[in-house]
Write a protein that binds this ligand. Structure first.
Ligand SMILES: *Cc1c(COP(=O)(O)O)cnc(C)c1O
Length: 467
């Protein structure tokens, strides 16, 4: 017992360690460093009580708290290398901005700007004015506004137009889209009552008709991509629904989800109805995401009839859901790129990644495979392999794109080896995210833009795996 007490007494005091930690204090501040030292010393005391023999020198303690402070600073948003095979990965930040948009956001972030200031008159301006004309131009709408994301766009539109009223919507469209997003829950949080009707195709137009009452606020459609293949020719169906709405003096609203502003089939991609088709077909209001297929920053776009958009902008909730100048600056640069649709597959990262030919990805896989293999100790083996990429973000979930991966196997066929490798890949300075599928760790190279960075890290990977 006395021995234990003695060894605990041998620990230096907090003040003593602090004296030796001027370098850490100047970096992280006195308060934080002393807090970490206190925690570390109390942790050491517990370990000593438990019969362990932690290194007690000031140098060792200094080193440990330095590691701990650095590690806690490393948390936060960090860039990663997305080799998951999902291009618009919601957990990995969805669309990557083009350089011009990122630069515009940076300028907006560090300088005062004309967010709500009219430089001509010197009077108060409107933040939507920076993107509204572009959105109108690209969608054929009369008016538009931008909020935090598409879920916010749906809530704001319904809260303005349907609070306390009924919204008939097809049962088949009340689905969960991407993990935790449930269309009915988001819609009802606006204070409207959903009236579920049978289905979405023509034969069920009667269901909508039967659901219309004096309490009906509007007719609504939610674009769920998994219907697209089954002949859900949205423009026709949405058009018919809009006609029914207009017969009853009601507006028709469509939540497009992804919102596509160009002809995808012309780019060799699976067809996706365009925002402008809906407006041309008489839909009064559309909402869509900024960071899905559009390839911009996170935001939600509301576009359509001027009278409706004006009401929406007067809703106090708009103030709670508005976006900042960084988002508007980035969005406006992205939208400008859409004025040159022919070059979008070069200028817009999302479309560049989605349209990368499999042959080009294969060539890259062949080029990198041996180098990666040479840095993998046993039991790992690497080979190139065809795979399928997903578009992601609930956009076209049933469609996949032919791609190429470096596929890594363990000689022993152990999944635990692959999980260990995946963990070490995630620990790299620029974490690499792959996916384990069918006994292989797949690194889908579709989104590998920073090839040299990836290669530079391989020696570190080898060191980590060898120890
Ligand atoms: C993704 C999606 C949403 C939500 O959009 P966020 O921008 O993620 O808020 C809403 N509706 C549909 C149909 C979607 O696909």
């Amino acid at each position: 017992m006395t021995g234990e007490r003695d060894s605990r007494r041998e620990l230096p005091s907090v003040d003593r360690v602090l004296q030796e930690s001027q370098d850490l204090i100047s970096r992280w501040g006195h308060q934080r460093v002393s807090q970490v030292i206190r925690e570390h010393l109390s942790n050491m005391r517990e370990r000593i009580s438990a019969g362990q023999e932690p290194e007690r020198s000031i140098l060792a303690i200094h080193c440990a708290i330095n590691t701990q402070l650095s590690a806690s600073d490393a948390r936060g948003i960090r860039p990663v290398i997305n080799l998951s095979g999902v291009v618009l990965h919601t957990n990995l930040g969805r669309a990557c901005l083009p350089a011009a948009a990122a630069e515009a956001a940076r300028q907006a972030a560090i300088f005062p700007n004309n967010l709500e200031y009219d430089l001509q008159t010197g009077k108060r301006g409107n933040r939507d004015s920076h993107v509204e004309p572009l959105i109108c131009e690209l969608t054929g709408s009369e008016a538009a506004t931008v909020v935090n994301n598409n879920a916010a766009a749906v809530v704001l539109a319904l809260s303005t137009l349907a609070r306390g009223l009924e919204v008939p919507v097809s049962r088949g469209e009340l689905v969960e889209i991407g993990g935790s997003f449930r269309v009915p829950e988001v819609m009802e949080s606006s204070g409207c009552t959903l009236v579920e009707v049978g289905a979405t195709n023509r034969t069920h137009l009667q269901d909508y008709r039967a659901a219309i009452s004096a309490q009906t606020a509007l007719l609504m459609k939610v674009h769920t991509s998994n219907y697209r293949l089954q002949g859900f020719t949205q423009s026709v169906d949405a058009k018919t629904l809009a006609e029914l709405a207009h017969e009853h003096g009601l507006p028709c609203m469509v939540d497009l989800g992804s919102g596509c502003l160009v002809d995808f089939t012309a780019l060799g991609l699976p067809g996706e109805p365009q925002a402008s088709d809906y407006i041309a077909n008489g839909i009064d209001l559309i909402t869509f995401s900024g960071d899905k297929l559009l390839g911009g920053p996170q935001c939600g776009i509301i576009a359509g009839k001027k009278s409706l958009v004006e009401r929406i902008c007067k809703n106090p909730l708009k103030r709670a859901l508005r976006v900042d100048s960084m988002i508007l600056a980035a969005l406006s640069e992205v939208l400008k790129l859409y004025r040159h649709p022919e070059s979008l597959t070069e200028t817009l990262p999302t479309l560049r990644q989605l349209t990368r030919p499999a042959t080009q990805i294969e060539a890259q896989a062949v080029r990198l495979c041996d180098e990666l293999a040479s840095h993998l100790p046993p039991p790992f083996r690497a080979a190139t392999s065809p795979c399928r990429s997903q578009i992601g973000s609930g956009a076209l979930p049933v469609e996949t794109l032919p791609s190429f991966a470096i596929a890594i196997e363990s000689d022993q066929g152990r999944d635990s080896d692959l999980r260990h490798l995946a963990t070490e890949l995630r620990k790299l300075p620029r974490p690499v995210i792959g996916r384990i599928h069918d006994g292989r760790l797949l690194l889908d190279l579709r989104c590998l833009d920073c090839e040299s960075l990836f290669l530079q890290q391989l020696p570190q990977l080898r060191d980590a795996l060898s120890c």
